[in-house]
Design a binder for this molecule. Structure first.
Ligand code: MYA
Ligand code: JJ1
Length: 388
């Protein structure tokens, strides 16, 4: 069934429900001298390359591979189109390892035909903060699919992570693998109904006209919460405190310090947006919301090429209601020209999704841990982790 995954230290389907298995690492760390020193073998026509993401040329190669070959929806109508600036941000966080940006090239043409990446992160599982790799952007060119290249790439990134003395990883996928830590639902809040319907992203509801639909999704022009403003560099300490306190309640969550918050949450144009509420009286930061920019190419539509999507990232409400805070996030996203605002049912997101007129999508996102067993799967609302 899963020739590759059966050989890996991940929770196996046959073990589901076996409460005698302990939580924690599935296999122990080994001495670094026992980690394989040479790369895994690729088919003879291909070679490994470490992708220097500081090089604009290499960054464009990765960008183009993903633009043409990365994740699509189940009906192949849309394909993720991460921008170069986004890739630079996602792949070069504090303490990143250049050796974890792994490409495969055709030996003769030197064309980049596959990619996988990792970045370091601290992830808390219950009371333990674990150093992990977050694995993302696994991609094999469409013409090289089903040749068992992916398992070799996964083994190679694992080897390079081990060489840094890191033994666990977190990743997400749209497909079911052995075995999900949690299965989350995508929700979508229409901002530009006419375009979404024109491109087939959504449909006109039963007994709905276009003008009724436009009215249904209408939003105010400006945020309503007093003290709502863009996050600035001077806010990093306060946002870190707010976020750490909020994330402490989830069973699996990112462990952000100030350096991480500076990198992951300070606004970057067309990559990540963050807003907060500064109390007009005390000047305390009481609430926070953020989203990242991930457009999708619209495949084969004569009128439109790109769907502009915002994805909910980390949000914390203490004084403002979650409802009002996220409504303000929708308002600024609409003003910035996004067509749709997407969110997963992680953290406390359930508390605003339905009331703010999000609808469930046809996609799910499964969360996984490598070499770390949980006694049972989590509810999405027990997850305090968003991967890009
Ligand atoms: S998720 C996004 C993945 N990318 C895409 O969906 C883009 C479009 N698709 C493709 O490019 C290819 O279809 C890919 C597979 C590359 C996905 N995660 O080479 P194959 C298993 C893990 O013949 P291909 C993301 O980026 C599959 O079950 N495994 O197949 C996170 C089968 O194994 P088994 C996957 O279609 C990635 C084997 O691969 C995935 O040509 C996290 C078949 O290989 C998937 N998304 O290529 C990676 N899809 O027989 C794991 C298929 O056992 C990281 N497979 O069922 C693990 C932690 C590593 C670090 C550890 C450190 C300590
Ligand atoms: O975007 C997604 N689905 C959309 C488009 C569906 C097009 C036909 N398949 C969707 N639209 C309905 C919106 C509607 C708006 C009004 C209210 C009701 C809802 O459902 C889906 C998510 O739902 N996206 C994908 O399928 C993309 C892949 C998701 C897996 C991602 C894996 C990422 C790996 C990262 O490491």
């Amino acid at each position: 069934q899963h020739r590759f995954w059966e050989t890996q230290p991940v929770g196996q389907f046959k073990d589901i429900g076996d409460t005698s298995l302990p939580e924690g690492p599935i296999e122990p760390a080994t001495p670094l001298s026992e980690v394989k020193q040479e790369p895994y073998n690729l088919p003879a026509a291909y070679e490994w390359t470490t992708c220097d993401m500081k090089s604009d040329y290499v960054c464009s190669e990765v960008y183009n591979l993903l633009k043409n070959n990365y994740v699509e929806d189940d009906e192949n109508m849309f394909r993720f189109n991460y921008s170069k600036e986004f890739l630079t941000w996602a792949l070069r966080p504090p303490g990143y390892y250049p050796s974890w940006h792994i490409g495969v090239r055709a030996k003769t043409s030197k064309k980049l035909v596959a990619f996988i990446s990792g970045v370091p992160a601290r992830i808390r599982v219950r009371d333990d903060v674990v150093k992990m790799a977050e694995i993302n952007f696994l991609c094999v060119h469409k013409k090289l699919r089903s040749k068992r290249l992916a398992p070799v790439m996964i083994k190679e990134v694992t080897r390079r992570v081990h060489l840094e003395n890191i033994w666990q990883a977190a990743y997400t996928a749209g497909v079911v693998l052995p075995t999900p830590v949690a299965t989350c639902q995508y929700w979508h809040r229409t901002l530009n109904p006419k375009k979404l319907i024109d491109v087939g992203f959504s449909r006109l509801g039963a007994r709905m006209t276009m003008s009724r639909t436009i009215k249904l999704y209408k939003l105010p022009d400006v945020p309503v919460t007093p003290g709502f403003r863009k996050m600035e560099p001077c806010d990093v300490p306060a946002v870190t405190r707010l976020l750490r306190n909020y994330l402490s309640q989830f069973l699996v969550a990112t462990d952000f310090d100030e350096n991480d918050v500076e990198h992951w949450l300070l606004p970057r144009e067309d990559v990540v947006d963050s807003y907060l509420v500064e109390s007009p009286e005390t000047h305390d930061v009481t609430d926070f919301c953020s989203f990242y920019t991930l457009p999708s190419t619209i495949l084969g539509n004569p009128n439109y090429t790109t769907l502009k999507a915002a994805y909910s990232y980390y949000n914390v409400a203490t004084r403002t209601t979650f409802l009002q805070l996220m409504n303000d996030a929708l308002i600024v996203a609409k003003q910035k020209g996004f067509d749709v605002f997407n969110a997963l049912d992680v953290m406390h997101n359930e508390s605003f999704l339905k009331e703010l007129k999000f609808g469930p999508g046809d996609g799910q996102l499964h969360y996984y841990l490598y070499n770390y067993r949980l006694r049972s799967a989590l509810k999405p609302s027990e997850l305090g982790l968003v991967l890009l």
